[in-house]
Ligand binder design. Structure first.
Ligand code: AIR
Length: 465
């Protein structure tokens, strides 16, 4: 927290309405408005004093970064919330499958939820307490939605950040924080963050539009192949393309983008980190993505990854560092490459529940969804260890099928021990759309892997004839 001293201001408020008491304002900048109780300026021993602040009974503590003009941390101590079977409201931006799985745990704890999603048929609709249909990118829609809840979270990164910032400044707890999301939402900024913080990542170059990238490519300034990524609005593989020759750039959208060095990795790994506002932090075990040898598509997410202990420890340590440097609250999925010489490079992060953690519903002591909830509500974090080995197979829409979905052979996979399908509740399938997943658990990872292959060969997501 707040390591870059000269750039940080700490403000603690007590009181309500327009009258505040201010305990600390580092570097002598009293916040505008309100009544000043006491101002201490100068260098604080950050860690000691911040800890004291957090537990010192102050109502609201804000840490403001003077360089980026953003709040890097807001901590509201006002009342110990009664979340359970009460009027407390958790707002969730996005009502897709991730939200739906999170809602299984809000139901378990009897926590009230409001959900906003653009689709009237969003999967979360059936499980929340109140559903709102509207755009996640529209300032007013997000702001008005957020005003009705006590804590706000999101299950997709493509949300209106300005609205989140305003809500946070007005006292709504937003986790993960808008400042963290701002550092992640734009992939150019995210990569720059890794470089600035000495987190190992592949080299990249930022281009303001496609034309500039094409010019650089034609002049031979970018070694081929490379990975093109649009800096904004990509998800589930959209906005990413491997470029092997200039021709591959032809049909790409004319947007700000990055060109990343291609990493000839041995393994693609992921670590999910969970962190609460107090700073308690835990990681899930390292998972491994196994790719289809020809199609180059992830086929299985395997937990634990079948890698050396030393590599796993390194991956977990790097993931912890990334979460801490982002000052992240909630779940952070850190996707990484294990290089040929066993180095770990961070590929990208997702500040939300993640596909690579779905296995945890059946295989872990505490699922990623329950731990997200515990983290954003500042509750003790649950055990992230696994009870058994878990393998996850994504159910994506088969190529050539669009329309009302049918899960072919689902009864056959249900007949196998340790197999649990999750159906997301999207009525319409489209090629490669994420429609569900299947988890396979077993004491023996090799046996689970065999069953996973059987499942993969049996089930198909198609449309009605
Ligand atoms: N999602 C969010 N970021 C990445 C993914 N996969 C999930 C969220 C979101 C849903 O995908 O749960 O709401 C949207 O899926 P679709 O198929 O409607 O685009």
């Amino acid at each position: 927290m707040a390591r870059s001293r000269k750039k940080t201001e700490v403000i603690a408020f007590r009181g309500s309405g327009k009258r505040y008491s201010i305990l600390v304002s580092v570097y002598g900048r009293p916040p505008s408005g309100g009544v000043t109780d006491k101002i201490i300026t100068g260098q604080l021993g950050y860690f000691i004093n911040l800890q004291k602040l957090f537990y010192g009974g102050w109502d609201l503590i804000k840490i403001y970064n003077l360089s980026s003009n953003t709040y890097i941390c807001t901590h509201n101590n006002t009342t110990a919330m009664n979340y359970f079977s009460s009027d407390f409201k958790l707002g969730i931006l996005g009502g897709g499958q991730l939200g739906k799985m999170l809602l299984a745990d809000t139901r378990k704890f009897d926590i009230q939820t409001y959900v906003l999603d653009p689709s009237a048929e969003a999967p979360s609709r059936i499980a929340c307490n109140k559903f709102f249909q509207g755009s996640l990118m529209d300032f007013d829609t997000v702001y008005n939605f957020g005003k009705q809840v006590d804590v706000l979270t999101f299950e997709i990164e493509l949300v209106n950040l300005d609205a989140l910032e305003k809500l946070e400044a007005e006292g709504v707890k937003v986790y993960p924080s808008p400042a963290t999301l701002r550092g992640i939402q734009n992939k150019g900024r995210q990569k720059a963050f890794y470089k600035d913080n000495h987190i190992p990542t592949s080299n990249f170059r930022l281009f303001e539009n496609l034309k500039t990238l094409v010019l650089h490519c034609l002049e031979g300034k970018i070694p081929l192949p490379f990975v093109w990524k649009s800096t904004e609005f990509g998800y589930d593989g959209n906005g990413v393309k491997v470029v092997r020759s200039v021709v591959d750039l032809e049909n790409l959208p004319d947007v700000e983008c990055i060109a990343e060095d291609m990493v000839p990795f041995k393994n693609e790994l992921a670590v999910i980190v969970v962190r609460n506002p107090k700073g308690d932090i835990k990681t899930y075990p390292v998972v491994e993505m196994e790719f289809h040898p020809e199609a180059n598509q992830v086929e299985y997410v395997i937990c634990p990854a079948r890698i050396d202990d030393a590599v796993a420890q390194k991956a977990r340590a790097i993931a912890l560092e990334v979460s801490e440097k982002f000052n992240h609250v909630g779940l952070l999925a850190v996707e990484m490459f294990q290089t040929q010489d066993d180095e770990i490079l961070v590929n990208e992060v997702a500040p939300r529940p993640h596909n690579s953690g779905h296995y945890s519903i059946e295989a872990s002591y505490t699922s990623q969804f329950e731990n997200h909830l515990r983290a954003i509500l500042d509750l003790p974090l649950g055990n992230t260890d696994s009870k058994v080995a878990g393998i996850m197979v994504n159910l994506v829409g088969a190529e050539g099928f669009s329309g009302d979905v049918v899960y072919e052979n689902i009864e056959k996979i249900l007949a196998i021990d340790g197999v649990t399908p999750h159906i997301y509740g999207k009525r319409e399938t489209r090629p490669f759309r994420k429609m569900g997943h299947v988890t396979i658990v077993d004491e023996d990872i090799a046996k689970a892997r065999k069953i996973a292959e059987e499942v993969k060969n049996l089930i198909r997501v198609v449309s009605q004839k």
